[in-house]
Design a protein around this ligand. Sequence first.
Ligand code: MIC
Ligand code: SF4
Length: 638
Amino acid sequence: MGKTLAYKILQDHLVKGDFVPGEEITIRIDQTLTQDSTGTMVYLQLEAMDVDKVKTELSVAYIDHNTLQTGFENADDHAFIRSVAQRHGVLFSKPGNGICHQLHLENYGKPGKTLLGSDSHTPTGGGLGMIAIGAGGLDVAVAMAKGTYSLNVPKMVKVNLTGKLRPWVSAKDVILYVLKKLTVKGGVGKIVEYTGEGVKTLSVTDRATITNMGAELGATTSIFPSDERTLEYLTQQGRAGDYIPLEADADAVYDEELEVDLSSLTPLAAMPHSPDNVDTVSNIGEIKIDQVAIGSCTNSSYADLMKVAAILKGKKVHPDVSLVISPGSSKIMAKLASNGALADMIVAGARVIENACGPCIGMGQSPKSGAVSLRTFNRNFKGRSGTNDASIYLVSPETAAVSAVKGVLTDGMKCGEELHEVLPVDFAFNDNFIVYPQGTNKSNTEVAMGPNIKPFPRNSALPENVEAKVVLHAGNNITTDDIMPSDSRLLPYRSNIPHLSNYCFEKIDSGFSARCKEAGACCIVGGENYGQGSSREHAALAPLYLGVKFVLAKSFARIHRNNLINSGILPLVFENPKDYDDFEIGQELVIENAREQVKKDCIVVKNKTTGREIMTTGAFSEFEEDMILKGGKINSIK
Ligand code: MIC
Ligand code: SF4
């Protein structure tokens, strides 16, 4: 029986376990990446593990999220990360270099390698034929310390691409189409592998747009083969030597299949407030827009921005629209500056800002009250722009640019203008933004601890009986942005959990943290796909700090489930989803004989208020069980 490409790479890296879907395996991790908003926790945890040099082939610490330095906090975080990177042999990418995923693709990603990143969009690397997985910070810290990562063998989804995209339709429309078909929970526990004749019509940066937004499917990762287009990209980046050809066997067996005829796609948009709420731009119609934001790790490549510049050249941004552009990397910005494209954008009326995440994570550029904002980003969750009543539509760079000129959502295919393919160019090597660790040994650098950096909360061993009061009864698809909101006001406190925890669930229930503090020991009831979205372990650490002992839900998103277990909080799934309706805020629950029960298939949760017993499952692996019993991953490792 033939093998999928993903299975070939995973098996190549297998350290422990049987390679059976659903079973836990441990794999070797070749590379890690961190970014700054999750990175401070990662490096605090790495320090707590008391290791010397990292065990990976390459680890990079990027600064790209918290770059709006409105006080000392963010700059102190950067200095802290830089000092720990130096102590353990990690490359440090200075703020201004660009967005971690774009930079990693350009400079370090290699076909056939494994990459673990403390950011949910790490699968961007799948565009280069690598297994690139997003994880919680502690998992990445452990991967640096030990060179390994454990996961359940995912199922395989094949997306067979045929045909070729027409002008005005791009890679973003491909992934929006897949999201419409599979939904934001369609990829949980699965790897999405792209195959077929259509693959070669897509460049590596097109492929990276698609694998990047595979995170929105909830997938473990997404991957493309490594072929002549991969060689073309690596050659442009001066790294042809990193190329190896890789593909699935012709008779590889997949668990699910989806056909996508690229030639039949038209421009699409994800409507508020979910990336899978997708329709065609022409069906949505010419809605009036207030803001257009182009950039993010999904759509800030050279080719994307050259198309934008071509559309804007000689035109004027509509008087009612604010157009903001953030390039993905310093190399891309330099190229746009030297070939005149930057001038075309600026002359048209675009606001060009730093090479960073920026507006994608609400770090500035929040739209006005009640605004309609078109964004080339990957998430349009309510409130993520920094404005709670904004309507965010996710679109391709082409749709964004033409709409910015017209002032209304516009289908480029119908605008009567030609749009040509962007020709590939070579990029000059530039590592001026990189700080290399010098003569690494822990004693030659002090850890630079700013006053806002506080120790991360630690759990204790699981007691015999776990008592908890219900403090929240939440709906389906709760995001980690709902659990731990992030914007320019809160991001500076990513290294200060005691402060951050005051804002836990703030946007959907402002009484949450006060209720937790009053209850002392508490629990959360959630619906389907609880904890979807980002990898931020703050969405587990803040609840831990507030006394949350367990979460009962209909199902969990992968990274958040892991983050809860890493923190010693039990993620429990209702055996009968209807039991969800039985709970109310204020009820008192207990898991009796918890230490014995976590070893069993079924965990009984008693509702002391109603007298009912509810059956749940933890489905913990041996290692997860150990973490739960000992009160989290750090305790378990020690
Ligand atoms: C995001 O896009 O939501 C983030 C901000 O990049 C997060 C990481 C974080 O919350 O720091 C992610 O995707 O993991
Ligand atoms: Fe940054 Fe946005 Fe990408 Fe997250 S999704 S890494 S915030 S650009």
